[in-house]
Design a protein around this ligand. Structure first.
Ligand code: SAH
Length: 459
């Protein structure tokens, strides 16, 4: 770069080779070291771009012509791919996605984590990387006297009608279509966010992949739902797999989907699903992994890394509804789970008793506060598992882990950048990264999950 000046100019054309993908799926090219982000560009492609914006340390471009296509470029199968934005990588073959995701993890661990020789395994992907989501939450709108249900167009508040989402379980597509038609038949008005009028805001469908049970949630602005009983009886008639119909009331002017009040309109409060040999009760508001097939792959790996013999005490930090804790409890002496959301801990306890698991104990609170208290009480952990949100582990928690000196740390991560940062801190505190296994929980999107195994270096 010359004198800190950008070596590119707005509205000019350049020939570039893409080296990488950004976290939102744009191609990254460099001109004299200056990075430019170009939507739709794929790694290794040689292309002509037009610069559309220049910022201090980077720029944005538009793809004009591809001279040499990536061997992994494919036509996106979904006709709504460009408008939707829910998937970012449908134009990259699944093989190409697996390569790109592994490379991203390797690159970030080296650059941010300064982990030079770390072993990153090939990504564990899905055999059929489509139709995997078990939960659909679709916004509803009125159009020419009827209802549409779909998604918000990228960078807008326009709702686009959608009959099929290729990463959604087919059952959920069917449920949304049927419920939409029933609501239309009985004259339910869609919520109009501009004037804050109308009734139906979102239709949510949840599907138990193993059990086949379905839950329908109608999210409404008002408690009143016109023709409620007729709607319910049509839903139950037309969708025999439905075990639960729930209403959630959200009277606020907000983008947040759910309101505070939830009532069961018909059937059960919960549907059930299994991951491996653990059964889960799922309510309208419960957190539950959206790709249970790959969740099993991820947690089996976490379990393998934990190397449990039945004698160990394990701490599961950021335990959510206890998914990992319950997996581990079957093989450990004792598991302690901690999580900040009280309702999730209620679910964790319910799921423990549903599975007759008595050696798992759960606490509500911040992991960085609760775990130091456990340490003071004399609780010693042989293995500590963490599965934090995208921002990674709290620094105070990492210090506590270092002081507690467990034999192993199993780090489950949904963000390679914060994983890399935290592995570095733990490395400096006396642990060594043994290996990292990326798992593809969200095919066709840029997301990648990892499980990392660290062991304590004996001194
Ligand atoms: N392990 C869980 C989910 C992990 S997602 C599962 O597999 O189902 C991360 C979780 O961390 C969320 O449930 C979130 O509520 C929780 N969380 C966020 N900050 C936290 C904190 N400071 N202490 C404890 N839990 C926290």
């Amino acid at each position: 770069m010359t004198n800190g000046q950008a070596p590119i100019e707005k509205n000019e054309y350049y020939d570039v080779t893409f080296e990488d993908l950004t976290h939102d799926g744009a191609g990254v090219a460099k001109i004299n070291g200056f990075p430019i982000f170009v939507p739709n560009g794929l790694p290794d492609e040689l292309a002509k771009i037009k610069v559309v914006k220049v910022k201090k340390g980077y720029g944005f471009g538009r793809l004009i012509e591809i001279y040499e296509k990536s061997q992994y470029r494919v036509d996106a199968p979904c006709p709504l791919f460009k408008e939707c934005g829910g998937c970012q990588l449908q134009h990259l073959s699944y093989e190409g996605q697996m390569i790109a995701k592994r490379k991203q993890v390797q690159e970030v661990l080296t650059r941010i984590g300064k982990l030079k020789e770390v072993k990153v395994h090939p990504v564990l992907g899905m055999e059929h990387p489509w139709r995997y989501r078990n939960k659909a939450q679709v916004p509803v709108a009125d159009r020419e006297g009827g209802l549409i249900a779909g998604f918000y167009q990228q960078r807008s508040h326009e709702i686009i009608d959608m009959e099929a989402c290729l990463i959604q379980q087919e059952k959920n597509d069917e449920v949304v279509q049927v419920v939409k038609k029933i609501c239309e038949k009985y004259g339910v008005q869609a919520y109009d966010e501009k004037n804050h009028r109308g009734t139906l805001r979102h239709i949510m469908a949840r599907y138990g992949l193993v059990t086949g049970e379905v839950m329908v949630v109608l999210i409404t602005r008002t408690k009143e739902l016109p023709n409620k009983n007729k709607i319910l009886s049509d839903i139950v008639d037309q969708l025999p797999d439905v075990k639960s119909v729930v209403q959630n009331i959200n009277p606020k002017r907000t983008n947040v989907i759910f309101g505070d009040e939830t009532t069961v309109l018909w059937g059960e409060e919960y549907i059930y699903d299994n991951i491996g040999n653990i059964r889960f009760a799922i309510s309208a508001r419960s957190f539950y992994q959206v790709n249970p097939e790959q969740t099993k792959v991820l947690y089996d790996k976490a379990l393998e890394y934990a190397q449990l013999t039945g004698e160990e005490t394990v701490i599961d930090a950021y335990c959510g509804i206890g998914t990992i804790s319950l997996f581990l409890a079957r093989k450990a002496k004792k598991v302690y789970g901690v999580e900040i959301v009280p309702e999730a801990i209620e679910d964790a306890k319910r799921n423990a008793s549903l599975n007759d698991i008595t050696n798992a104990e759960f606490a509500v609170g911040e992991a960085e506060v609760v775990i130091p208290n456990w340490k003071k009480e004399g609780i010693r952990a042989d293995v500590i598992v963490v599965d934090p949100p995208r921002k990674g582990c709290d620094e105070a928690l990492l210090q506590t882990i270092i002081e507690m000196k467990p034999k192993r740390v199993v780090y489950v991560s949904c963000n390679p950048a914060t994983l890399a940062r935290d592995l570095r801190i733990l490395e400096d505190g006396g642990f060594q990264t043994v290996e990292v296994q990326p798992v593809d929980m969200f095919p066709q999107t840029v997301h990648v999950e990892c499980v990392a195994l660290m062991s304590r270096v004996e001194k």
